[in-house]
Design a protein around this ligand. Structure first.
Ligand SMILES: NC(=O)c1ccc[n+]([C@@H]2O[C@H](COP(=O)([O-])OP(=O)(O)OC[C@H]3O[C@@H](n4cnc5c(N)ncnc54)[C@H](OP(=O)(O)O)[C@@H]3O)[C@@H](O)[C@H]2O)c1
Length: 135
């Protein structure tokens, strides 16, 4: 597994280069930062698995990005549930359809003073992370 900074060194100042990646999985791809990650990665010619709960938005994005001649897969999953996480983990571990790049972006921010953040809110939030699964 490569180091996180490998992503930075491979990335040009604008856009995403295809590098050696052939497939990526983006969580939180139905809106915001994750959707933009998916757009940039597909535009670089990399196949993308789109993960989120709003399947209508994922379907629409997949239809649009297939025009770029990449394979777009929709994987509806609620990552706050064990079943949702298991579905994504199983897809990531599928040896028949390897994923080279994980953009684990899904989540929500806790917009409050640190001293007021509750353990529940912290547990529900996550930060944007991404790392290559293989070099
Ligand atoms: N925007 C910023 O300035 C900023 C700054 C720092 C960090 N971040 C972090 O970056 C991430 C994305 O932010 P954003 O602004 O792009 O937010 P956003 O537009 O609200 O997008 C959040 C994405 O996460 C997905 N998501 C949320 N809960 C989910 C769940 N339980 N299961 C599966 N997917 C889920 C949403 O899809 P569905 O609702 O369809 O499931 C959506 O695609 C968040 O973790 C946020 O905290 C954002």
């Amino acid at each position: 597994m490569g180091r996180p900074d490998a992503l930075v060194t491979r990335r040009p100042k604008t856009g995403v280069s295809a590098a050696s990646w052939r497939s990526a999985l983006v969580t939180g791809a139905s809106s915001g930062i994750g959707e933009q990650f998916a757009r940039q990665i597909a535009a670089a010619g990399v196949d993308v698995v789109l993960v989120a709960r709003r399947v209508d938005r994922l379907d629409a994005l997949a239809r649009e990005l297939r025009e770029l001649d990449v394979v777009m897969e929709v994987l509806p999953a609620d990552l706050s549930t064990p079943a949702g996480r298991a579905a994504v983990a199983a897809r990531l571990a599928d040896p028949e359809r390897p994923i080279d790049l994980l953009v684990n972006n899904a989540g929500l921010g806790v917009a409050t003073a640190f001293a007021e953040v509750t353990p529940t809110a912290t547990a529900r939030s996550s930060t944007s992370t991404s790392w290559p699964l293989s070099s």
